[in-house]
Design a protein around this ligand. Structure first.
Ligand code: FES
Ligand code: FE
Length: 469
């Protein structure tokens, strides 16, 4: 079930950069989001290192629903709906672990880590009473756990999609994949060395889920919210912040795909993380210096993105400050469950991992000083937008709109030329509207090949040859 496109367009006006508050508070619209967005888009499930061994599992989420990420005995990864096929019972009630069998607490149907309904000698597990009560007539091959049909592994991160017709994850990511890849590779530029620290932080906030991805896709303008942490110097050494350098930073977005971020792009000449960040931890600074030198050597001529961004719809990542992934799981229109994963290099020395872990959690997560500022904004904005009167008025996303230009040599990418712009929030809402009105994948993946054809409010000088005002 999708929303009528006239209704969607009455809520989201891309050309003029406004969106009705109703899409952030309304229960019916929220239910449509679960069906039209979360059942069709690629969603972040976790990291392969969370399930390194056969029969390991990790319970994660897709939209409101739990899925169990497993590694079967052949080493293959599955994502299985955490709901027993007999009568729907929540099968697994732990967050993670290792088991050869998931046995349902209700009537003891049992499933292996590849999702199949099993038989066990003695009739106690598998399907109890398979011989005596089901007379061996139950077709067990038809009653395995409900599996997510599409799974992708992107540089160690695992993604799932309920829609069998969806394009590949790489196509879905487009040019943004290059950016995400840099967040996942090792600090010295080797591919595939990023991993997650054990222990995922999870907490709930009374805000609409869309506040987080639209914040992390590019909102440098809310620096005023973080004034207190700026004053106390939130950097790891108690000096500044690791992201307070704006020189050359810009907004980059993919209007045809909904993804975007803020940061730096180009040949890797400089790391924007200030050398003094870890001055109180010389051994950590030394490790970063060594990595930086090796990365420059390794990726000298490579086109490079560095910064933070959002993969539509609800996964955001920070490449450096701190290096994390945050997923905004929807819990109704007025509540979000956030999951933060912290990234480190797999082979970094333990003292480096430990210092980073402490720094990450002082900055991000429910006790993180900076994260708390953002959470307070999003919760208070949701509350103040949900009144009889307030919900009738729109939000404004007009900052810098109409002043984006195609980014050279990156098809489909637009660029604001400076870090202050609401271009990417509009890009997110444009994609939101396309899914909500039920476009098919042919329409959704109509790819922009020529930068000048980017379907987005660009600067007049780019679209009509006129000088922009
Ligand atoms: Fe799981 Fe009955 S609901 S065995
Ligand atoms: Fe912030």
């Amino acid at each position: 079930m999708h929303l009528n496109s006239d209704v969607v367009r009455s809520h989201v006006d891309i050309e003029n950069g406004v969106a009705g508050r109703i899409i952030f508070v309304d229960e019916d619209i929220y239910k449509h989001e679960l069906e039209s967005i979360f059942a069709h888009t690629w969603l972040f499930l976790g990291h392969e290192d969370q399930i390194p061994n056969p029969d390991d599992y990790y319970v994660t989420r897709m939209g409101e629903e739990q899925v169990i990420l497993t590694r079967d005995r052949q080493g293959e990864i599955h994502a299985l709906l955490n709901s027993c096929t007999h009568r729907g019972m929540k099968l697994c009630r732990y967050d993670e672990g290792n088991t050869s069998l998931f046995t349902c607490p209700y009537h003891a149907w049992s499933f292996s880590t590849d999702g199949s309904l099993v038989s066990r000698p003695g009739d106690l597990f598998g399907v109890p009473g398979y011989k005596t009560r089901y007379f061996e007539e139950l077709d067990k091959s038809k009653w395995g756990l409900i599996a997510v049909p599409r799974i992708a592994n992107f540089h160690g991160t695992i993604w799932g999609n309920w829609d069998p017709e969806a394009p590949s994850f790489e196509e879905y990511l487009g040019g943004m994949g290059q950016w995400l890849r840099f967040a996942l590779e090792s600090r010295d530029g080797r591919p595939g060395q990023g991993t997650v620290l054990a222990g995922i932080q999870k907490w709930r906030v009374k805000c609409n889920w869309k506040f987080a991805p639209t914040n992390f896709s590019g909102d440098f303008a809310h620096a005023v919210s973080h004034r207190s942490v700026d004053m106390v110097n939130i950097g790891p050494s108690g000096v500044g912040r690791r992201d307070d350098k704006f020189d050359g930073a810009s907004v980059f977005g993919w209007p045809d795909l909904g993804h975007g971020g803020t940061g730096w792009a180009g040949a890797l000449e400089e790391d924007y993380v200030q050398p003094k960040s870890f001055q109180r931890f010389p051994e950590v600074a030394e490790w970063f210096d060594k990595c930086r030198a090796e990365r420059r050597q390794r990726l000298r001529d490579t086109f490079h993105f560095q910064g933070k961004g959002t993969i539509f719809p609800n996964m955001s990542f920070h490449e450096e400050q701190p290096r994390t992934i945050i997923v905004a799981h929807p819990n109704g229109p007025g509540e979000t469950e956030f999951w933060r994963y912290y990234l480190v290099d797999r082979d970094a020395p333990d003292h480096v991992k430990d210092t980073l872990r402490r720094y990450f959690m002082s900055y991000s997560g429910p006790a993180g000083l900076t994260e708390q500022d953002d959470l307070e904004n999003w919760a208070a904005a949701t509350e103040a937008s949900n009144g009889t009167i307030s919900r009738q008025y729109p939000y404004n996303y007009q900052q810098g709109l109409g002043h984006s230009v195609p980014y050279p040599d990156v098809p489909g990418c637009v660029w604001a030329g400076q870090p202050f712009s609401e271009q990417n929030q509009v890009i997110f809402l444009k994609r939101w509207a396309e899914f909500m009105e039920g476009r098919n994948w042919d329409q959704l993946m109509h790819r922009v090949e020529i930068p000048g054809d980017v379907e987005f409010p660009l600067a007049k000088s780019q679209t009509s040859g006129e000088e922009s005002a």
